[in-house]
Design a protein around this ligand. Sequence first.
Ligand code: SF4
Ligand code: SF4
Length: 390
Amino acid sequence: MAEKKLNGTVIVTYRCNARCSMCNRYKAPSKPEEEISIETIKKLPKMYFTNITGGEPFIRTDIKDIVRELYKKSDRIVISTNGFFTDRIVDLCKEFPQIGIRISIEGLEETNNKIRGLDNGFQRGYQTLKTLREMGMKDVGFGMTVQDMNAPDLVPLYQLSDEMGMEFATASLHNSFYFVEAKNIIKDRPMVAQNFENLVNELLASKSPKKWFRAYFNHGLINYIYGQKRLLPCDMSFDTFFIDPYGDVMPCNGTKDKEVMGNLNNQSWDELWNSPEAEQVRSKVRCCDRDCWMIGSVSPAMHKYIWVPLWWVIRHKAKFWTKKKYSMYENKIVRDLRDGKVTKEDLDKCSTCDMCATVNNGLSAASMEQLKNKTGEEIVDADIAAQMNK
Ligand code: SF4
Ligand code: SF4
C-alpha cells in the first residue's frame, strides 16, 4: 500500500521584523541556534502539502537549504511571508519557480502599514509580488487577516489581486499561543460580515471553480466571527501537523497553550506520531471548542468533507443564475443579532478573546532567558542588521 502523505506546516523561526497589531510574535523570538535544523527536517514524513511559515521565514539565511530538503518529501510547498526581504524571496524563486508564495498584505497602503507596523510594508510587499509575477511565477498571492480596521479594503484588495492574476487568501483574527495574543476580537461584526458578503459575491460571480470554494471559506469566516461552531469538523493532528522551531510537533496553531505530540529532535517520526502523547493530543482535538477557521485546518477538511462545500457551491451558483446573490443573513446567528435575539455581548462571550488571560508564548527556556535584558524587537533588529552587514 502506498505510504499515506500528510499535510504539514513548518514554523522555521519565531523571529519577525514586522510589528503587527493582531500578533505579538515579534516580541517573543526564538534563538537562531535553537531553530529547526536540516537534520530534523530530514526526519519529517512524506507530505502532499507543506506550508513554511514563521515569524518571518526569510529571516533564516538558510531558507534555500530548508526548501531544498523539503522538496525531497513534499509534493507542493507554499511559503507565507510578510514580503519584506524581496531579494531573498526573488533569489529563492529563481531556484524553485514551482514554489508558492503568499505575501500578507493587510489592506491598501495606509491601512496595511498601520496594521503591519512597517512604514513601507505595502510597497515592499506589492513590489515583491509584481517582481515575482514578472519572473513568470505562477503560484503567488496575497494573504489578508480581516479585522475592523481593514474590512472596507477587503474587496478592493481582492480586485487588485484579481487584476494581477493572483491568489487571494483570507483569515480573520485568532487568539493563540502562536500569535502570543488573547485579546483579538471583531468589534463591529455586521460591518465586517457585510464586507465578507461582498467578497463572497465577487468570488461566486467569477468563472473559476477554485474561487467558488473560496467563497464557501469566506462564508465560514462570517460564521467564525460570530463565534459559532465550525462548519466542518477539525481533524488536525490526524493527518495534519505543525512543527515549531524547537522541533515540537503540535496539532495546529490555534490552541490557547502549546500542545505537544512529541519532539522530532529527539524522536523518530514514527515513534512520535504513534506515541501515547500524540494520542492524548488527538483526544483533546476531538473535543476542542475553539472553532478556528484558518486555511491550515479548513483546507484539509474541505477536501475530506468535499460534499459539504460542494453542495453549498451548487446551491449558490444556482441562485446566481436566478440573479439572487449570497446574503450574510443566510446565517441564522447574523439574523439573530439583527433581530435583537442575541446581543453583541452574548457573541463576545462566544469568542476566544480573553482580556484577563496570561498568554503563553511557547518559547524555550533559552529563548525566554534572552528576553530578560532586551526586548524581542531589539534582539531581532540587531540580528537583521548583523545579517545585512555580512
Ligand atoms: S502576523 Fe506574521 S508578520 Fe505579523 S508579527 Fe506576527 S509573525 Fe510577524
Ligand atoms: S479548532 Fe482545530 S485548529 Fe482550532 S485550536 Fe482546536 S484543534 Fe486547533
